[in-house]
Design a protein around this ligand. Sequence first.
Ligand code: CA2
Length: 151
Amino acid sequence: MSSKPVYVLNGPNLNMLGQREREVYGSTTLVDVEKHCRDHAAERGMAIEFRQTNSEGELISWIHEARDKACGIAINAGAYTHTSVALHDALKAAELPAVEVHLSNIHKREEFRHKSLIAPAVNGVICGFGVHSYLLAITALSSLVTSNKKV
Ligand code: CA2
């Protein structure tokens, strides 16, 4: 397994997890999600770098940084998923195994959430399993990293 961590990147409003809209996103906080991800990755011999930002530019800078410092990316880009060509381009340029993650099933929700602009720039998309979506993404990344499969 790689000596580099998996970057687990979180976009806008995910810092509110567990505090508002519990009926949609559940009661687990982002601190809890980080702990579950860290434990799950450790069981697979991997380390994680877990971050959240409300800024699109910062997410893009972290993806650029990941190109050299990470072995793969799991990204919940929040609402930027549906709007950001810049995130799509950054993920393409990173040339790393990458998985798009969502807590909710975006296809069961409002129509504007059905389209992901970043999906064509990642290996796969996992949505609808709550916190477990993140863990499934880490499991997928552990095999993608082992077989060195990029987007
Ligand atoms: O289901 C997901 O993980 C989403 O990426 C969450 C985004 C949403 O815009 C995407 O369509 C799907 C929203 C994240 C905001 O999370 C909140 C959590 C608690 C309270 C308010 C917002």
